[in-house]
Design a binder for this molecule. Structure first.
Ligand code: AR6
Ligand code: MG
Length: 316
């Protein structure tokens, strides 16, 4: 029996939260510090939040799932309200996302607020990509719809084209993973070629090409991966590393997410993005039970994946 679509939907939502919670304690650490102190992060630990807690990445993914479930699509006017309703500053939000919320509270429309960040350029932080799993699974079978929905889910806080492009590439990786049968060998070269088709900027095109070259060379040295692909808070210094972590360890959810977190830097977000792709590929059964048992709000997160799947299959 093949892995069910339902399992893949739930796997991508829970995969986001698991990667986020696993990386949370070492966010901002260098890969060498993580290696010295822990060897590797293979268990949930306490960090700036208690063991098994998720951060803003998952809180915002929840907001997107709630909007799709309530509205049947990504309605940006509704989404920004849900984001602000759910906002818990203890979860470590990006600086400019917090600024956008403050401006909206003062009465500025969201599109103006989002655009005003970074001298009118908008943010290219990875905040749009980190939360995209609900959109990606919901539109996994229709690229044009996916692109439109990613745009709407991103621009409420991330107006910079690179912020949105990062979310689109991450969403495309998740959508491709949903479509693949995990019992067959993954053709990583073909996967990278498909991602290249959605790249719009030279910045991302060069990074995605580099992913292909590095995989062909079999590079798994995390210091080389951080140097070449990054471990930062920008979309283009984290989305490529998350995709690389998945493709290097496509056959194991656990190994992919542990590797992503080992890169350090924005470890929770890189972990969340790798978890979203790998969870969409393997389905929820591949996520270690010992991690799920520790995860905050496990039942609710699972129910969001289930509801997205119900809505998707009902609308067919
Ligand atoms: N120009 C220069 N630097 C920029 C620009 C720009 N246009 N846009 C982003 N940056 P932010 P997020 C840099 O604040 O995307 C949290 O830990 C700048 O250094 O929009 O919502 C989350 O969990 C800025 O501080 O945040 C995520 O892991 C940084 O990118 C992460 O932060 C992040 O952009 C990003 O969340
Ligand atoms: Mg975070």
């Amino acid at each position: 029996m093949s892995i069910s679509l339902k399992s893949k939907f739930i796997g991508s939502i829970l995969g986001t939260a698991i990667g986020d919670a696993l990386g949370m304690p070492v966010e901002g650490w260098s890969p060498s510090k993580i290696e010295e102190v822990f060897g590797e992060v293979r268990e949930m630990m306490t960090g700036f939040l208690p063991e098994g807690s998720y951060t803003d990445d998952t809180e915002m993914a929840i907001g997107i799932a709630e909007t799709i479930i309530e509205k049947g699509r990504v309605d940006p006017d509704h989404l920004i309200k849900v984001f602000m309703h759910n906002y818990d500053p203890r979860r470590g939000y990006g600086i400019s996302t917090t600024m956008v919320f403050r401006l909206i509270e003062k009465g500025i429309p969201w599109d103006e607020a989002s655009k005003s960040i970074f001298n009118g350029k908008g943010s290219y932080g990875n905040g749009a990509a980190m939360r995209i799993a609900p959109v990606a699974v919901f539109y996994y079978d229709d690229f044009e719809e996916l692109k439109r929905a990613v745009y709407d889910a991103s621009r409420v806080t991330h107006m910079h084209p690179l912020g949105i492009e990062g979310a689109l590439i991450q969403a495309t990786a998740i959508a491709l993973a949903v479509r693949k049968d995990p019992r067959k060998r993954l053709d990583v070269e073909d996967f990278v070629d498909n991602l290249l088709l959605v790249c719009e900027s030279d910045v991302f095109r060069e990074k995605v090409k580099k992913i292909g070259r590095m995989l062909a060379e079999g590079i798994n040295d995390k210091y080389v991966v951080v140097k070449e692909l990054g471990n930062g808070y920008e979309s283009f210094t984290s989305v490529p590393s998350a995709i690389y972590s998945f493709l290097l360890h496509w056959s194991s959810f656990e190994d992919a997410v542990v590797y992503a977190v080992s890169l350090g830097g924005d470890a929770d977000t890189i972990g969340a993005m790798t978890g979203a792709i790998s969870g969409a590929y393997h389905g929820v059964e591949a996520i270690p039970q010992r991690w799920l048992e520790k995860l905050e709000n496990y039942e609710y997160l699972k129910s969001l994946g289930e509801k997205l799947w119900e809505l998707k299959t009902k609308s067919k």
